[in-house]
Design a protein around this ligand. Structure first.
Ligand SMILES: Nc1ncnc2c1ncn2[C@@H]1O[C@H](COP(=O)(O)OP(=O)(O)O)[C@@H](O)[C@H]1O
Ligand SMILES: [Mg+2]
Length: 441
């Protein structure tokens, strides 16, 4: 444009050619300088953007202040854009972190699989239950994912795009029953996860189911044998032994003891179910444990069969929040066990005292009852199972001795209801010691 004006001036002879040439040169020089200045500014902007993008943070490399206003505007806009991108990235990061935290802290084990079904991550519960070693390392998690039932459910879920549930049993390191839910993720998770496996351990629930079934079977079995013997004797008395007075009186004595056995079994079953029903409710009354011990010892005196009962208790030993009838039941079961399973004509020591703390005892004030005998003791491997219903160290002998096999189960439930603790200590050949700790103010 300025050049065109020069040419016009020259044509109309307003300026001389020499002046025109000078003016043209000046104009070209100024234009080149301006263009160079622009280019430098844009170059600086480009450099700043390149550094920022290389460092992955648009705000990390400050622009070297361009001097041209137009370029300065572009710089401002870019900065604003960078800030809003940064804010959005931060928000996305926060959402992703929240997502990961929820998954991580869910109480159920959870495994996220990627596109090719390799495990991407396992949450804390899954790592706790199945270890941290993945498929390639051949860890427990790998074994779980290779389980045919689970692999089939994963394939079905991917093929059908719908959640699939399957049950599996893991044989090692301990047998576990697991229910696995395979949930396909569409769209995929932020980390690329295409499938989520939620696992729940049903081992305990299955064990409870099995125990219930076992219990019914055991109870029926325990009742059936005395009943069968009663029926047998009734038939004999009606037939072959009808006129045999001596046999009749012998059989009747046996029948009476079998009927007695059935009665005590039914009594124990009933009291066990009653105690279980109220187990969640702590008792409200109070009791004097010393008086209860003296009363129980007096009650078993006729059946000690030569054994000596040695009682060491203070004058009174009040227990608050206690059910006196149930505590008597505990005492009777433990004393009867010591007499029944201890040494014939042996020594049974019954002690009770206040305690504040002690080895294996809660660190609170309480009372400690102990019933110790000098009998054969109990092999170690049986001790943890003694409180199971119908569990006996020697089934045949236990039954013959007249026990129902429910005594210690009843003791355990009563102690639980009193928020106390039952401790069983025994060395083979050194007798057994049953301790009951109850809270007391
Ligand atoms: N003082 C003891 N000494 C040795 N074994 C014992 C003692 N007390 C209990 N046991 C064992 O624990 C088992 C379970 O006891 P319990 O539940 O009271 O049933 P029961 O006395 O009717 O057999 C007994 O069969 C016996 O094998
Ligand atoms: Mg017993």
């Amino acid at each position: 444009m300025p050049l065109a004006v020069q040419v016009l001036f020259l044509a109309t002879e307003r300026i001389r050619p020499g002046e025109a040439a000078l003016a043209c040169l000046a104009i070209i020089a100024v234009s080149v300088a301006l263009a160079w200045f622009w280019l430098m500014n844009i170059q600086r902007l480009a450099d700043a953007l390149r550094i920022a993008s290389e460092q992955g943070d648009p705000l990390s490399a400050p622009f070297r202040a361009p001097r041209l206003p137009a370029v300065k505007d572009i710089e401002d806009e870019l900065l604003r854009l960078a800030r809003s991108l940064e804010a959005r990235a931060q928000l996305e990061g926060q959402l992703r972190a929240a997502d990961a935290t929820i998954v991580e802290r869910l109480p159920d084990p959870l495994i996220v699989l990627g596109e090719d079904t390799t495990p991407l991550r396992a949450n804390a519960a899954a790592r706790r239950q199945f270890g941290t070693r993945g498929e390639s390392a051949g860890g427990e998690l790998g074994a779980l994912l290779r389980h045919p039932a689970l692999a089939a459910a994963v394939d079905r879920a991917r093929a059908e795009g719908r959640p699939q549930t399957t049950e599996l049993r893991l044989p090692v390191p301990v047998e576990r029953d697991i229910v696995a839910q395979c949930i396909p993720m569409e769209p995929p998770l932020s980390d690329g996860g295409r499938l989520v496996i939620v696992l729940s351990d049903r081992t305990e629930a299955r064990a409870v189911e099995r125990m219930r079934a076992d219990f019914v079977a055991n109870a029926s079995h325990e009742l059936r044998s005395p009943l069968a013997s009663l029926i047998g004797f009734i038939e004999t008395l009606r037939g072959p032994a009808e006129d045999d007075a001596e046999a009749r009186s012998r059989f009747l004595a046996i029948m009476a003891s079998q009927a007695e056995r059935m009665k005590s079994l039914i009594d124990d079953l009933l009291s066990l179910s009653r105690i279980e029903l109220s187990e969640h409710q702590p008792p409200e009354g109070s009791a004097d444990l010393a008086a209860l011990i003296r009363a129980e010892v007096a009650a078993v005196e006729p059946i000690t069969r030569g054994a000596t009962l040695e009682v060491t208790v203070p004058e009174t030993l009040p227990v608050t929040a206690a059910d006196a009838t149930q505590l008597s039941q505990v005492l009777r079961n433990l004393i009867e066990n010591a007499l029944r399973h201890g040494k014939p004509a042996g020594l049974v020591r019954i002690e009770a005292r206040r305690v504040v703390a002690g080895p294996r005892l809660p660190n609170r004030p309480g009372v400690l009852l102990s019933v110790t005998d000098d009998g054969p003791g109990i092999p170690k491997e049986h001790i943890p199972r003694l409180t199971e219903r119908f569990y006996r160290v020697d089934a045949g002998r236990g039954r013959a001795s007249g026990g129902t096999g429910l005594g210690l189960a009843i003791v355990k439930h009563i102690v639980n209801r009193h928020r106390g603790q039952l401790l069983i200590e025994s060395e083979l050949g050194q007798g057994a010691c049953f301790k009951v700790w109850l809270p007391a103010e």
